[in-house]
Design a binder for this molecule. Structure first.
Ligand code: ADP
Ligand code: MG
Length: 263
């Protein structure tokens, strides 16, 4: 796939579930290696959109093309293997007694549990991805004993071990204290610097959680993409007030942004 080719292309996508309109006329393209943030309040449709893009379900209307294939023309089970979708609910599926390196190996094997002992090559490979996520020190820790931030790192390493072309991160900072959050975001940025080939869509509802490496942004509001553009162009009061109201100011510190509410 050439550099400027779209790896994800949404053409007028809508999603209706049980008569309720969840996504409405979504249009955007992501090209290879782009790092994009999807910002929106709870219930705006972010997870529903990610779910579709990762090959779980079909849009009700519109066309969705992922990695060069239109939905409807490709077996979604094959497509899913090329997309790393990391979301908090995964942690409930991972057996807590497995250690971090086993969790990553299980991803590479395409299962949740590993039944056979790992070979040296599998251990080396898993170690590589854990180190890429700055989690080399916790390889022997039980998954159930890890902190939230450590778990997120392991789950990202697990997704990377499947060699995805697209990485979808759904609110990976949820539940992290400010110190863990900064350390986690630095680890994600460090990984992305080494993996420029990855196309990443990163979902959050906090502008504080947007690392510098994400140069592009989309804002989602009640099932619509309200605006999209460069991070600096989108993070403006007149734009963010559509989702956050008027009682705030935006602060900038270096390449990071913060919200300050007046209440
Ligand atoms: N399976 C479903 N059936 C009915 N409504 C749903 C379903 N999944 C999501 N929704 C609704 O769609 C809206 C968007 O949800 P979601 O995509 O989870 O938003 P976000 O991730 O931005 O918080 C919410 O109002 C949610 O209740
Ligand atoms: Mg969500």
């Amino acid at each position: 796939m050439s550099e400027n080719q779209a790896v994800i292309e949404c053409q007028d996508i809508s999603l209706i579930i049980n008569g309720t309109s969840i996504l409405k006329g979504i249009n955007f393209k992501l090209t290879k290696g782009e790092h994009c943030v999807l910002l929106g309040l709870n219930g705006s449709g972010k997870t529903s959109l990610l779910k579709l893009m990762s090959g779980y379900g079909y849009p009700s209307e519109g066309k969705l093309k992922v990695l060069g294939k239109y939905f409807g023309e490709i077996d979604l089970r094959i497509l899913r293997k090329r997309i790393g979708w990391v979301h908090m609910d995964l942690k409930y599926d991972i057996p807590p007694f497995m250690n971090s390196i086993e969790v990553v190996i299980s991803g590479n094997r395409g299962s949740l549990v590993i039944y056979e002992d790992a070979e040296k090559s599998e251990l080396d490979r898993a170690m590589h991805f854990l180190e890429l996520m700055n989690a080399g020190k916790i390889i022997n820790r039980r998954f159930g004993s890890l902190s939230t931030g450590e778990r997120q790192k392991v789950l990202i390493a697990r997704a990377l071990s499947m060699d995805p072309e697209i990485l979808l991160l759904d609110e990976p900072c949820l539940g992290l204290d400010p110190v863990s959050r900064e350390e986690f975001l630095a680890s994600v940025s460090g990984m992305l610097i080494k993996r420029r080939d990855l196309t990443v869509l990163y979902v959050t509802h906090h502008i504080e959680e947007i690392p510098e490496i994400f140069e592009r942004m989309m804002i989602m509001d009640r099932g619509n993409i309200l605006v999209q553009g460069t991070r600096d162009a989108v993070l403006k009061k007149e734009i963010l007030s559509h989702i956050y109201g008027d009682e705030f100011t935006i602060k900038r510190s270096g390449k990071r942004y913060y919200l300050q509410f007046k209440y």
